[in-house]
Design a binder for this molecule. Structure first.
Ligand SMILES: Cc1cc2nc3c(=O)[nH]c(=O)nc-3n(C[C@H](O)[C@H](O)[C@H](O)COP(=O)(O)OP(=O)(O)OC[C@H]3O[C@@H](n4cnc5c(N)ncnc54)[C@H](O)[C@@H]3O)c2cc1C
Length: 272
């Protein structure tokens, strides 16, 4: 979100500084390869990016932030945009008796622990039993995306319409997750979930091996993630057709070899 705002503000001619506390950009959601491209593109556009930033107190004068302590130095501020994510506030749901754990716990048909109450979207931590694409060990997941909210609405509607005696007739939620982000001239698209593991220093590192497919120009490429010989995730920059085809491959559970996927002479649609 912060990078989207930064890209737009920079395009409007503003002097922009991005402060990231992690050692790289977007470590929760994209590969180091994609993050490096995103960093280089923002820097080339003139945005100043500080990684590993330690942000201290703000100076507020007459109700306005005028400076921020960054790595012990006061940095002047005209406008401050906070893009630091959020955590679910489950107090209301818990007070209503719903089982919660970083969101409202629901089964694969979107049913909470209280009969008659369903939850979907950002607030729902759902059973991932039907999700062949889920990283190993993910019994439950909570995702924040428009696609997830829309697709879970369909499952919830099917549950509401199902015969009360036959709720298991509703197929478990299984829609492949996909995401996008537009940052300046970059259109990032991701299909599937990147498997990550926390490192001893607290950072996150992908568990996958990754293979790059060149795009039409040096601002366009895709990264395919494998666990063993299984394709688990794909990231694309300014390559919407690659994204679309990668999505189809993942949805169909197909696992072409890295050699096939990274060969620009191989049209991905021939592999679907
Ligand atoms: C700035 C921004 C940019 C984003 N960009 C993208 C993007 O590019 N792509 C993408 O996939 N996702 C994006 N997202 C995430 C996406 O918006 C959410 O994942 C999606 O909206 C989730 O849908 P939802 O229905 O679960 O929740 P919401 O869309 O948040 O809807 C929940 C609704 O419930 C209402 N509500 C909350 N509490 C109560 C209450 N107690 N009583 C009654 N009503 C209540 C809220 O006011 C809100 O209207 C973005 C989010 C933000 C904030």
């Amino acid at each position: 979100m912060g990078l989207e705002v930064a890209g737009t503000a920079r395009a409007l001619g503003k002097a922009v500084q991005v402060l990231e506390s992690a050692p790289r950009l977007l470590q929760r959601s994209v590969s180091p390869e994609l993050a490096a491209h995103v960093l280089a593109t923002h820097q080339a556009a003139g945005t100043q990016v500080t990684l590993g930033a330690q942000v201290g107190p703000a100076t507020v004068v007459a109700g306005r932030v005028t400076a921020l302590q960054v790595n012990g130095q006061a940095v002047p501020v005209d406008e401050l945009v906070l893009g630091i994510g959020g955590t679910p506030d489950t107090a209301l749901a818990q007070a209503a008796g719903l089982a919660c754990q970083d969101g409202v716990l629901v089964d694969a048909q979107m049913r909470s622990s209280v009969p008659g109450i369903l939850a979907i979207g950002d607030c729902a931590r759902f059973a991932a039993q039907g999700c062949g694409w889920a990283p190993a060990g993910s019994a439950t997941l909570r995702l924040e995306s428009v696609q997830n909210a829309n697709d879970q609405a369909k499952t919830a509607a099917a549950t509401l319409l199902a015969d009360a005696d036959q709720p298991s007739a509703v197929p478990p939620y299984a829609a492949l997750p996909w995401f996008w982000s537009e940052q300046g001239a970059m259109r990032l698209q991701m299909a599937g979930l990147m498997p990550v593991a926390a490192q001893p220093d607290g950072t996150l590192a992908p568990l996958s091996t990754r293979h790059r497919r060149p795009g039409a120009n040096d601002q366009s490429f895709s990264v395919f993630h494998y666990l063993g010989d299984r394709l688990v995730c794909a990231e694309s920059v300014n390559a919407p057709m690659d994204h679309m085809m990668a999505k189809k491959l993942l949805e169909a559970g197909k696992h072409p070899s890295p050699a096939q996927l990274t060969d620009p002479a191989v049209a991905l649609k021939t592999l679907v």
